[in-house]
Design a protein. Sequence first.
Length: 484
Amino acid sequence: MSGSLWLGKEGQDTLPFIPRQRPHGAAADPVDELAARLEELIAAAVHPDEVAAILESDGMTDDHIRMTYGRQDSFELAEDLYARVERRYPPAADTGGAPWHADLPACLLRGLVFALPGLAYVLGAPLLAGPTDGYGLPAGTVPLIAGAVTGWMWNQGLAHRAYSWLGLGDRPAAAAALRTGAPLGAVLSSLVALVASGPGELPAAAFAAGQAGYLAAATVLLALGRERDLLCALLPMAAGAAPTVCYDLPDALRAGLLLFSLAAAAGFARRALAGAGRGAGGAADDRPGPPLTACVPYALFGLGTGVLVLYAAVGDVLADGAGSAVAAPSAVALTLSMGPAEWLLYRFRSESRAGLRASTTAYGFRKAIVITITVCLGGYLAVLSALTLAGTLLWPGSPELGALRLTGLLLTGTVLWTALLLQSFGAVRSAAAVCCAAAGVQVLALATGAGHPRTVGPVVAGVAAVVLAGLVTALLGRVTAHRV
């Protein structure tokens, strides 16, 4: 939306834009020259703070501003520039070329490949059968969880490193990082599962090793955009798991289907790495690569969110006393919902930029952002509710969908979606800190027996959701946070 109003401070009347005139023969004003140079950027700003961010990104220090432009700092200069340039908001971009456009079927496919591995635990359950442990969990659950959490943490950090190289335009370097990091993560996860296993749980440790190999292959395929290859690798295992609802398959067939899907995923990953590793790296070759330390917050984010999902699943296991926490219906619903969640995150980024173009005041922009967040989060929770209801009706022996279980799942979903939203804006450290703190409290409560997960989970998730909501409000209320 375009207009010819100068936007004063909030609460003041708007005045018509009056360009400043320079007396005839006067020396060129350096502020006018700067306004002319940055005119297009300043004209699209909806608040002087945006202009200040532009000046800082241009490398201007306060000392330089005082010496060259006679203003105290970047904010004073930004207010002057904002007043000199008429507002001209760019037209809405075409959806197909928008930087935050995402294909819904592609996101749903990613959600599907996130959730399908849960069927591996259904197929392999008889291979892991045994008595419950001291926490009331089925035998083998602890090594499986330990291996899974380690794998999620490692591969989240590895995926960030690969995406960083891809963002620099260096696909061979991304492939090299995956080629080295994926096997290391698989070995580390397998060792953690082995250490966490108790007497009689070696079959679970072996299963966890296969789980670690799959997670490594899946990370490679997802980072390189090979979701369809991953789906093809999972289909034999999924097809074999479906009849187990009515029929008891031989153990040899169960193991064969699991190993076939694992081998297929590994084969597809090896082929993807070979293809991505060919060719020169391009312009990014002359630049330093992303630091390894940048992956740590993303790894911690994977740790925190992974434990939150598994804790919700533990409530299902303790409620019906069967199955594995990794394959409980709550875990499947949450992981399957990550596909729609990803699409809604892209949708939010796209709508927020549209609101940025349409708003003429900071208050109007904040109002548009609140509405957009409410709609997107509400849509995600509606999808999660539908998936939870479907899982309860279709999952054999699923616990009853009571108000407490549904509330806990929706609050956990709120934490996951808002944390992912913060991560998408670069605030991964705060998101990881909140998620890890909430996960730590839940694990401590489970280890000390300080309450059933059905009661502890909603309380902890509710507090985390409130904290994340405050962080989202503080970050996304700033106009400059929404510039690409």
